[in-house]
Design a protein around this ligand. Structure first.
Ligand code: ADP
Ligand code: BMX
Ligand code: ZN
Length: 290
């Protein structure tokens, strides 16, 4: 059985064919900035066109709360202002294949759990357009009654921090995410995206260094909180900010400053940028640890 796996992120859409853990024919396009469901449906339509005839089913990992096949944004700013999207219905219409859907970070957590040599309790965190999370305890992926479980990016980093697109002030996501880093930039860095701000930080630009450090520090605090809530042994980090050169060592430095009870093994995602795609496919293949 070949799965057409799709990852809908706030910045990019990715799709690939997945057999077992083999990913092939990977394609990407930018996530439409328009707030209309039609724009997302059209972008998915063209992305999937060359792949759908080769697949037996569709598995989608998507940003947003995924409940009963419908995507609802907790932070619509992360999805070009789109608040809701009938994910399964739209993909069924595009592909005429059976479709399963799950949150992107929950999916990635599952793929990363499957890649571990031994089962462990883990928390996966993606630091990307937003900050997403997935929790695996006793071999079970937590999704929650309404799909919200693991949305750790919306726990509090700083009550006096920037307003988050979810309506709360000072969420981790507003400080640590790619969008958050970019939105906090002022003066010469205003308008730059996180990738460009990381490049400036590497050149030693002081504001860029401070923005990256603030993100890494907020993430380290979140990891300590995650340890307190779940007693996980390992925290795995993904997303383009999370996997950016130098970021994880900085997070590890801040985490090391926390008391010993909050220490965990910290790892970059084994499947790098494919963790979401692959996790959705593995869950559709039966959700057993391979
Ligand atoms: P998505 O959120 O769509 O899953 P990504 O994981 O690629 O996508 O995250 C997008 C965010 O990561 C954007 O804010 C972008 O500026 C930032 N980003 C992309 N590449 C890098 C990089 N090399 N270093 C730091 N940040 C990056
Ligand atoms: C947001 C939220 C999460 C998602 C996380 C990472 C929306 C649209 N998304 O917190 O569901 O897991 O971003 O998403 O409310 P990404 O696009 O950065 O991968
Ligand atoms: Zn929030």
């Amino acid at each position: 059985m070949t799965t057409l796996a799709i990852d809908i992120g706030g910045t990019k859409l990715a799709a690939a064919l997945v057999d077992g853990v083999n990913v092939s024919s990977r394609r990407e396009c930018p996530t439409p900035a328009s707030r209309t469901p039609q724009a997302l449906q059209e972008a998915l339509d063209s992305l999937l066109l060359p792949l759908k005839a080769q697949a037996d089913r569709v598995a989608v990992a998507s940003t947003g709360i995924i409940h009963r096949g419908v995507l609802t944004s907790i932070n619509p700013e992360n999805l070009g202002g789109l608040a809701a999207f009938p994910l399964v219905a739209a993909l069924t219409e595009i592909t005429a294949l059976p479709v399963t859907a799950i949150n992107d970070a929950q999916a990635a957590a599952w793929a990363e759990f499957c890649a571990l040599p031994q089962p462990q309790d883990i928390v996966f965190l993606t630091v990307s357009t937003g900050v997403g999370g997935g929790v695996i305890l006793d071999g079970r992926l937590l999704t929650g009654q309404g799909g919200l479980a693991g949305h750790l990016g919306h726990t509090l980093a700083d009550p006096a921090g920037p307003l988050c697109g979810c309506g709360r002030r000072g969420c981790i996501e507003a400080i640590a995410s790619g969008r958050g880093i970019s939105a906090q930039a002022k003066g010469e860095l205003a308008g730059l995206d996180a990738k460009a701000i990381f490049a400036q930080a590497r050149r030693g630009e002081p504001q860029a260094r401070e923005l990256v450090a603030r993100s890494a520090q907020a993430l380290a605090r979140l990891i300590a909180d995650a340890k307190a809530v779940t007693d996980c042994q390992t925290v795995i980090i993904g997303g383009s900010v999370g996997l950016a050169e130098g970021y994880l060592p900085l997070v590890a430095e801040y985490l090391a400053a926390e008391p010993s009870v909050y220490q965990v093994t910290l790892r970059p995602a084994h499947y790098r940028h494919d963790a979401g795609l692959l996790g959705a496919a593995l869950l559709a293949q039966g959700g057993k640890r391979c």
